[in-house]
Each structure stands twice: as structure tokens, then as C-alpha cells.
Design a protein around this ligand. Structure first.
Ligand code: ST9
Ligand code: ZN
Ligand code: ZN
Length: 407
């Protein structure tokens, strides 16, 4: 067993030595300066200029929810309950969790090696397998943890819940309960100190930095107000949490490598670095882009008072989770987007198929007139509705009853 582990890890030695030499010789001081900058920007008390430059805003008090330059956030009262008052008090020091830093650096270096193997020596079948696992594991996050468990935007029978829970386990993004709790807290306290991946602390913090340090005390304090009791009623969620570590080792790391080795004679090491590690790290970064890129770049057709934006690149990479301005305004819509364009929203396609075969039901969505009304009232003008006269069709009172069940 020890030999096997050494065999799997060995090729990384050279890579680590090369990267270290490159780091020392070419990157040296500038990297240290950049590391300093990242750490300072992540800290709960960053300097005004630094945060401003990383976010493209001028106001420094990120502890306050951001007021977009064009419109104040007060315009988004209906966009879920953003509870806004905020610190202004002394911020706690940044407490880095070095164990996580080391693991993340190792994973990313191993993923680069896996990527190299996938282009050079891996069999085609192994690459297809890794791609299939990326889609399947991705569904566990998008259709499972996100749209089903965190938002309850549709209901699912137990076979589908089991299918999604296995996929979510394969993506190793914390268990379903913890993932959903952080995500509900993210929506409720979006871009305040109580948001676990508060994008006002910079791209790096929202992307991965939040997993490398202790959470802001506000996350734990205000997070207590989020009701999670519904998830504790689901035995699949409870058992997944209970046996999470052994399940992850089996489902995410061992099986993805074992299948190519056993069924088509792939080298075990190649299968491990391609289908387990590279596939995992790619999925992680695609997911994190929703928290970072989709909270910074894109249009705001539904609410210009909030930062989450419509980002097609992120939507493509995440099977439909980049339509983030819409999603923060109407988080209960099972499509997580206004339009069900399957090419840029494969998760919706999957849920629709599960609906057709009777596994998914009570799909929630938002009536067109409600969307139109919202676009007119708070959009930034980039939505096609903004250019048309819908005055007769728009029913502003409809936003009060803005949910319909389609299946
Ligand atoms: C990962 C997650 O990557 C990614 C999530 C991304 C979400 C994106 C969403 C976008 C939409 C969907 C897009 C899908 C796209 C998919 C594309 C696919 C192709 N509320 O956490 P602890 C309390 S994970 C209430 O230890 P520390 C609670 O009492 C990657 N309370 O805090 C808790 O105890 P318990 C793998 C809360 O010590 C206690 O505090 N994982 C909340 O500050 C302690 O909690 C990792 O890399 C809350 N929200 O440590 C890191 N939070 O749990 C794993 C906490 O017993 N995590 N409490 O109830 C850690 O190591 C630690 O959590 C830490 C913080 C160091 C980050
Ligand atoms: Zn968000
Ligand atoms: Zn969400």
C-alpha cells in the first residue's frame, strides 16, 4: 500500500522541484509582493486602494454592502432578504488555515500534472471518462446541492436524490448540509461580512481564499438564523454527512481511477491524476468562478443594485450557473436563469429530463410578467424587455405572487 502511494506521488517530486526553481529564480520578490497583496486584500481590514483596485470600485468600506455606482441597493428590496446593516466595527484578524493552503497548492500542482498526462499519455477513453465525471459531479453541485437542496427549487424522489448525492460527493465540496448552509447564508447576507465568500473582499477571497482561512465571526453568528431543519429530514443528506470522508475517498478519488485501470487497462497513476485530481480541481475552479467572476463581471438586467451578474462564460463552464443576476433576484427558479436555453444551461435540461421520467416534480419558476416587471423596475437596461413597451402587459403587483409550479 505504501509502495502504491509512493508510486502515485513520485512523479510529482520532479514537478515540485521544477516549480520551486522557477519560483525562486524567476518569480522571487514579485511573487512575495503579490502574496502580500492577496493576503492584505483578503483580510477583513484591507486598504482602501487595494480593495478598490481589485474590485473596480472606489468606496472602501466593504463591510457595508456594496452600493453599485449606478443605483443604490435599496432598489433591490424584493431580491431576497439582504439583511444589510454591517460592521463598521473593528475587524478580527485574518486567521489562515495552513493545512488547507498546503492541500490546495498540492491539488493544483497535481492537477497541472494530470492535465499534462491527459494531453500526452492518457488513453482517449480515460479523457472521455474524466469529462463524463466532470458533467456528472457537476450535476451533483448544480442540480443537487444548489437547486434541489439549498434552494428547494424542485422536489425529487429518492432515486434521483441518491443519484445527485453520489455526484455531489464526487465533487468534494463539503457535504450537502454544509454546502447548502453556506449557500443559504451567502444569499441571505450577500456581500456583507456574514457572507462566507463575500466578493467585496476581492476576487481571490471569493474564489478560493475563503476556504484558506477561518470564517468571519459574523458568518457563524448570523448564519445561525438560517433554518436548515428541512435538510435534517432527508436521510440521504444525513447519512452522506455522517460517512462523508470514507465516501469521498471511495467515490471521488478511488473509483474514478479504478474504472479506467480495470476496464480498459489504463495506467493507474495516469487514471488517478487525470480522472480523479485534474477533473476534481477543474470542477472546483469552475464552481468558484460563480462566487468570484459572476459576482464581478457581467450585465445586471434584473437588478442593477446588486453585484451578481449575467456571465455567459461562467454559465458555459458550470452547466448554467452563471446567470447570477437573475439567480440572486429569483433564487427559487429551478432554471437558475430566465430562459431555458439548454446549450448554456445543461442542468435545466437534466432536471427537465428527470421531470419527464417522473423523478423530479414541483418545479418552481417565475411567470414572464413578473420578470418583465422586475426588469422594468430595477434592471440596468441591457435586457431586451427594456426596449419594448410592455406597459399594458406589466403587472407590478404580480411580484408579490411571483412563483408558479410547472410540474
Ligand atoms: C468548496 C465549496 O469548494 C464550494 C462552494 C461554492 C458555492 C458556489 C455557489 C454557486 C452556485 C452553484 C454553482 C455550481 C457550479 C458547479 C459547476 C460544476 C461543473 N452558517 O466551517 P467551520 C459554524 S469546498 C451557520 O469549520 P472555521 C458551525 O457551527 C472544497 N453556522 O469554520 C460550524 O460547526 P458545524 C473542499 C456556520 O473553523 C462552525 O461554525 N473544502 C456556518 O472558520 C465551524 O465551521 C475545503 O477546501 C454557516 N454558514 O473553518 C475547506 N459556517 O459545521 C473545508 C460555519 O459542526 N473547510 N458555521 O455545525 C474548512 O476547512 C473550514 O470550513 C474553513 C473555515 C477553514 C474554511
Ligand atoms: Zn452569488
Ligand atoms: Zn443560489
Amino acid at each position: 500500500m505504501v509502495e502504491r502511494i509512493r508510486y502515485v506521488l513520485f512523479p510529482l517530486n520532479q514537478l515540485i522541484i521544477d516549480v520551486r526553481e522557477f519560483y525562486v529564480i524567476f518569480v522571487g520578490k514579485s511573487t512575495l509582493a503579490m502574496t502580500d497583496m492577496i493576503l492584505q486584500s483578503m483580510s477583513p481590514s484591507p486598504s482602501t486602494d487595494l480593495v478598490g483596485s481589485m474590485l473596480g470600485v472606489e468606496d472602501a468600506d466593504y463591510g457595508q454592502p456594496k452600493q453599485r455606482a449606478v443605483r443604490k441597493r435599496s432598489s433591490s428590496k424584493n431580491a431576497g432578504d439582504h439583511e444589510q446593516e454591517s460592521s463598521g466595527q473593528q475587524q478580527p484578524p485574518l486567521e489562515i488555515v495552513w493545512r488547507n493552503v498546503v492541500i490546495m497548492i498540492y491539488l493544483h500542482m497535481a492537477a497541472v500534472y494530470g492535465c499534462y498526462l491527459s494531453f500526452t499519455v492518457a488513453k482517449a477513453a480515460t479523457n472521455y471518462w474524466a469529462f463524463f465525471l466532470y458533467l456528472y459531479g457537476g450535476f451533483g453541485i448544480t442540480g443537487g446541492a444548489h437547486r434541489l437542496w439549498a434552494h428547494r427549487s424542485y422536489k425529487a424522489k429518492w432515486p434521483l436524490r441518491l443519484f445527485a448525492a453520489l455526484a455531489q460527493t464526487m465533487s468534494v465540496q463539503n457535504d450537502i448540509y454544509e454546502w447548502s448552509r453556506d449557500h443559504r447564508v451567502h444569499h441571505k447576507f450577500s456581500e456583507t461580512d456574514a457572507d462566507p465568500h463575500n466578493a467585496r473582499r476581492g476576487f481571490f477571497f471569493a474564489h478560493v481564499g475563503w476556504l484558506l482561512c477561518k470564517k468571519h465571526p459574523q458568518v457563524k453568528e448570523r448564519g445561525k438564523t438560517v433554518d436548515m431543519s428541512d435538510l435534517l429530514q432527508d436521510p440521504i443528506v444525513v447519512y452522506q454527512r455522517k460517512f462523508y470522508i470514507p465516501l469521498v475517498l471511495l467515490v471521488s478519488f478511488f473509483l474514478p481511477a479504478w474504472v479506467p485501470w480495470y476496464y480498459w487497462g489504463e495506467n493507474f497513476k495516469t487514471a488517478f491524476f487525470v480522472a480523479s485530481i485534474f477533473r476534481y480541481v477543474f470542477t472546483l475552479n469552475a464552481t468558484w468562478l460563480v462566487n468570484s467572476a459572476a459576482h464581478i463581471w457581467g450585465n445586471h438586467p434584473y437588478d442593477k443594485g446588486i453585484n451578481p451578474a449575467e456571465n455567459p462564460v461562467v454559465a458555459f463552464l458550470t452547466s448554467g450557473e452563471g446567470w447570477h443576476n437573475y439567480h440572486h433576484v429569483f433564487p427559487w427558479d429551478y432554471k437558475a436563469a430566465e430562459l431555458g436555453n439548454y446549450t448554456m444551461n445543461m442542468t435545466t435540461l437534466a432536471i427537465d429530463i428527470f421531470h419527464k421520467i417522473g423523478q423530479a416534480y414541483d418545479l418552481k419558476t417565475v411567470p414572464k410578467n413578473v420578470v418583465m416587471s422586475r426588469v422594468k423596475r430595477t434592471g440596468d437596461g441591457s435586457h431586451p424587455y427594456s426596449f419594448e413597451d410592455f406597459s399594458k402587459e406589466v403587472d407590478h403587483t404580480a411580484e408579490a405572487k411571483c412563483c408558479e409550479i410547472v410540474g
